[in-house]
Design a protein around this ligand. Structure first.
Ligand code: MN
Length: 468
């Protein structure tokens, strides 16, 4: 007997397969062809946000169609990964711990057409989403870089402003891509990059994993799909990209060059400001014969969730290392899936809930407010968490404020990222557990057979006295 089990690839292992699945279940809307790329496309996508993905044929008269809203619900992400919604975080965390190396192939669908003369707006239908955006932005491009010293790649998504026919402005935050680039720039060298647009949902999710530097996020995609992700070498540089991608831009992050970028409508529902930022020079565009262009509307559910779910998985595994009482956690929609973290703990020791809250603040600089609750509170339901704060929290006893900390530069209430943090301990005090804090419940409510109940008829009053 072998313990080797072959698992069918999850639904999210293929972009076109996922779109077929959405279409087959009434979750892919088709817009009237010719929607305006400037605001028109984002307006439709936002109206359908969280209910349907959208396919835009001939956007702005362009030959290449646009897709949006592929993963705008937590449940859809679980479906893409082939797990129950309640297992999504655990499955993602396991994939981060047990990555599967990619498989290098020689030829690939993403190389069916190769343009060495790059004219972005001629080649691709790049939309402008929000009112004060400086112009067209590539928003769903996976920026893949290769650290020359180690050969290990990194994947991340950045806002990319179209600054010219073959030139992009990029916002790099202080994480792995920035680290690779700094090493190159200090030696006077450019950093080779690829920007991949139109990947399968699992690769899209994997790109947002919070894993240490020199962990290739594409290998997490392999773990989620249960088999190595096929990758192919770029035609103008050494970076490898998902072979089944729709569109790939190849180029270089330029050493010692900065240009104006922004403003751009970001995930907190505000504009990231205009400033001198990094620049990418493009050398080639490759794509499938009939490519699809994916766009993520800034501030929409897809934008928030893609950042949120992988963070939840990483924070949960971090906190569990130090605190066995931590059961579950949630980054709320209203907290931009970045700033507000709810943590659920089981029977904490006296004061332990506050320790958990303080440790949670240290898992990522974006986390601003942490609320800690007991296991009888559904941590994925903000109304439940609010109830716990309303009935178990006393501000003079349960509130911790930490001034002068590093936060998110995109939070306009901070001084360029410098601000305060807060922990709310909404757990029942250890010495007060018992009847006083026991939630009311009706025995048997969950198990009741609801097929014994039907809509009442017009003669409801006469029937009210019927014998059963
Ligand atoms: Mn990374």
């Amino acid at each position: 007997m072998s313990d080797h089990t072959t698992r069918e690839a999850p639904m999210g292992a293929s972009l076109r397969g996922w779109l077929d699945h959405l279409a087959g279940t009434g979750r892919l809307a088709a817009a009237t062809p010719g929607v305006d790329l400037r605001f028109g496309l984002a307006a439709v996508a936002n109206r359908l946000d969280g209910t349907q993905a959208t396919l835009f044929a001939r956007p702005g008269g362009h030959d290449v169609p646009v897709i949006s809203g592929l993963l705008s619900r937590r449940r859809w992400m679980a479906e893409a990964a082939g797990v129950e919604e309640s297992e999504l975080i655990t499955a993602f965390e396991r994939a981060c711990r047990e990555p599967v190396p990619c498989e290098l192939v020689d030829s690939a669908p993403c190389h069916e057409v190769v343009h060495r003369d790059v004219d972005l707006e001629k080649a691709l239908p790049i939309p402008t989403h929000n009112e004060h955006d400086s112009g067209a932005y590539i928003t769903a491009g996976l920026l893949i870089t290769r650290r020359p010293r180690t050969g290990v790649q990194n994947v991340s998504i950045h806002r990319l402003q179209v600054s010219g026919p073959d030139r992009l402005g990029a916002l790099l935050l202080p994480r792995h891509t920035m680290e690779f680039f700094r090493e190159q720039e200090s030696a006077g060298e450019d950093l080779e990059v690829a920007i991949v647009i139109g990947v399968d949902p699992l690769t899209l999710m994997a790109s947002q994993a919070i894993v240490p530097v020199d962990h290739d996020e594409l290998e997490i995609s392999g773990a989620l799909r249960g088999s190595p992700l096929p990758v192919v070498r770029c035609v103008t540089n050494q970076v490898t990209v998902p072979a089944d991608a729709e569109i790939v831009l190849e180029g270089r992050l330029l050493a010692d060059v900065r240009e104006e970028e922004g403003p751009f409508g970001e995930f907190p529902q505000y504009y990231g400001e205009r400033a001198q930022r990094h620049v990418i020079q493009l050398d080639a565009i490759t794509h499938r014969e009939d490519p699809l262009y994916h766009t993520i509307v800034g501030g929409g559910r897809e934008h928030l969730l893609l950042g949120g779910i992988p963070r939840e998985a990483s924070f949960l595994s971090h906190l569990r290392l130090s605190f066995p009482c931590v059961r579950d956690l949630h980054l709320s929609q209203g907290g931009t899936r970045r700033y507000h973290l709810y943590v659920q703990v089981a029977d904490p020791q006296a004061g332990e809930a506050k320790n958990v809250g303080l440790a949670a603040l240290g898992t990522h600089y974006d986390i601003k407010h942490v609320t800690v609750v007991d296991t009888d509170v559904d941590v994925h339901n903000p109304t439940e968490v609010e109830w716990a704060v309303a009935t178990r929290f006393q501000a003079d006893r349960d509130l911790l404020v930490v001034p002068g900390t590093q936060g998110s530069k995109l939070d306009p209430s901070t001084a360029d990222g410098f601000g305060a943090k807060m922990v709310l301990d909404a757990t029942v005090p250890v010495d007060q557990r018992g009847m006083r804090f026991t939630r009311i419940r009706v025995p048997g409510q969950e198990a009741v057979n609801m097929s014994s109940v039907a809509p009442a008829a017009a003669d409801w009053h006469a029937r009210a006295y019927e014998r059963g």
